[in-house]
Design a protein around this ligand. Structure first.
Ligand code: SF4
Length: 263
């Protein structure tokens, strides 16, 4: 569910080159796979339209980039528009979350991420630690080690990081990834869900056991965690704290007194 990710979302490219097997976007947008999984162009006039909108509206709650597509996939302008959009959002003091499977390609914009201070969080989806499985499910996205390296580098550069475990396809793989990020100390915030709406791919896993295993790893590590509704629903006997069920608690946002500084 989009709302669980962020109060607002901004889509820069409508299309994606990563070709994940489970991608919902062509169906949601009623586009053919061939027209969606190409080398996307940025949306027409997006910078002009965005600036007009920012002149009229103030965003104090987190804007996710992006819900559709991936702003660091192999797109037509080598993600130049992503960089310009980020600069514009920063100029208007907007809190931003960036989510991508583009791996170290994201690091080219490290200077822009840094310029946001504590108004940005940057994350990646972690699906498989096994490279072959990753290639099978997310054939043109960055490889697991590259995503893990990117998270570590972002964290070492003072950027708040998050990892999305949606989809979880093989719980054992996700657990290994959580262990690895804990060892690397590279992730501040975890969003954990499961695979949905893909060829009954969620029927063989023991979701209660998975949720409990995540809790056993992440609570002692004192991490910020949100467990998505789709996972909680299939693990009704696992008790969670209120903070673990609150989708907005760990978002970046503008605090009232912080906003006043910019008026
Ligand atoms: S990265 Fe997202 S938008 Fe791109 S193919 Fe994968 S699931 Fe679809």
């Amino acid at each position: 569910m989009a709302r669980e990710y962020s109060p607002y979302a901004l889509n820069i490219y409508i299309g994606c080159s990563h070709r994940c097997k489970y991608c919902y976007a062509p169906h949601t947008l009623q586009r053919t796979e061939d027209s969606y999984f190409g080398k996307p162009q940025p949306r027409k006039d997006i910078l002009k339209l965005l600036e007009k909108d920012l002149q009229k509206n103030t965003y104090k709650e987190q804007v996710l980039i992006s819900f559709v597509g991936d702003v660091y996939c192999d797109n037509a302008d080598n993600s130049e528009t992503t960089r310009e959009v980020l600069k514009l959002l920063n100029a208007y003091n907007v809190p931003v979350a960036v989510l991508s499977k583009g791996g170290s390609k994201m690091l080219r914009d490290l200077d822009v991420f840094k310029s946001f201070g504590n108004r940005i969080t940057v994350g990646t989806t972690l699906t498989f630690l096994d490279e072959n499985k990753s290639k099978e499910w997310e054939p043109y996205a960055s490889l697991p080690e590259d995503r893990l390296y990117t998270l570590k580098t972002l964290h070492e550069n003072g950027i708040k990081t998050f990892a999305s475990f949606e989809p979880t396809i093989e719980p054992d793989e996700s657990i290994k990834l959580i262990e690895r990020t804990l060892k690397d100390n590279s992730v501040e915030h975890y969003k954990i869900g499961k695979i949905n709406n893909y060829k009954k791919a969620d029927k063989w896993q023991n979701w209660e056991e998975y949720l409990q295993n995540c809790i056993d790893l992440l609570r002692p590590a004192n991490k910020q965690v949100y467990y998505k509704f789709c996972l909680r629903k299939l693990a009704p006997n696992v008790e969670l704290f209120a903070n673990e069920k609150n989708p907005d608690l760990y978002n970046v946002r503008i605090l009232e007194n912080e906003q006043l500084k910019f008026l």
